[in-house]
Write a protein that binds this ligand. Structure first.
Ligand SMILES: Cc1cc2nc3c(=O)[nH]c(=O)nc-3n(C[C@H](O)[C@H](O)[C@H](O)COP(=O)(O)O)c2cc1C
Length: 158
């Protein structure tokens, strides 16, 4: 039985996720950043995480080329960063406070947590590539995450 794209999106949108800005740099050293909800932990020993990046994005090849990436988890107050990094722009990092992390990849200073990774595997995932990274450095802050659910931004209720 085949599944329509609408049915697929409709079902998957019911799954709530956090929102991240995943950063890397290209072969010329230019920074890239992309809003990503397709992120999860994979393994504790060794510490592995995965992200899924659509093949048609401008940033896609930079992840394979640089062999490093940083997952910056967004806070509930950072919806503007999710929107900024999900839209095409000449300089997505304009007005963004960041420092230099693993191999010079930008780490967003106000992120809820930042996970700096070295690329370990890249797997074909249909119209996406699944990038698996080994975690080298972690920075953690306090606060509430930004959540995405059914096509909209949410905040956790306690
Ligand atoms: C909430 C949200 C979650 C997203 N999750 C992903 C994702 O997991 N993987 C992906 O490739 N694109 C995802 N996108 C879309 C990209 O952020 C968007 O296509 C981006 O503009 C690509 O940037 P680039 O083409 O400049 O590299 C998401 C967008 C939003 C708003």
């Amino acid at each position: 039985m085949s599944v329509s794209a609408d049915d697929f999106r409709n079902a998957l949108s019911r799954f709530p996720s956090g929102v991240n800005v995943v950063t890397t740099k290209d072969a010329d050293g230019r920074p890239h950043g992309i809003t990503v909800s397709a992120f999860c932990s994979v393994s504790l020993a060794p510490p592995l995480v995965l992200i899924c990046i659509e093949k048609s994005t401008v940033s896609h090849d930079a992840f394979a080329d640089s062999e490093v990436f940083v997952v910056n988890m967004l806070r509930k107050s950072q919806q503007h960063l999710s929107e900024q990094f999900a839209a095409p722009a000449v300089d997505k990092f304009e007005d963004v406070d960041f420092r230099s992390g693993i191999d010079g990849v930008p780490v967003l200073k106000q992120a809820l947590a930042s996970i700096e990774c070295r690329l370990r595997n890249a797997f074909d995932g249909g119209d996406h590539t699944i990038y698996v990274g080994e975690v080298e450095t972690i920075s953690v802050g306090e606060g509430e995450p930004l959540v995405y659910h059914q096509g909209d931004y949410r905040k956790l209720e306690s």
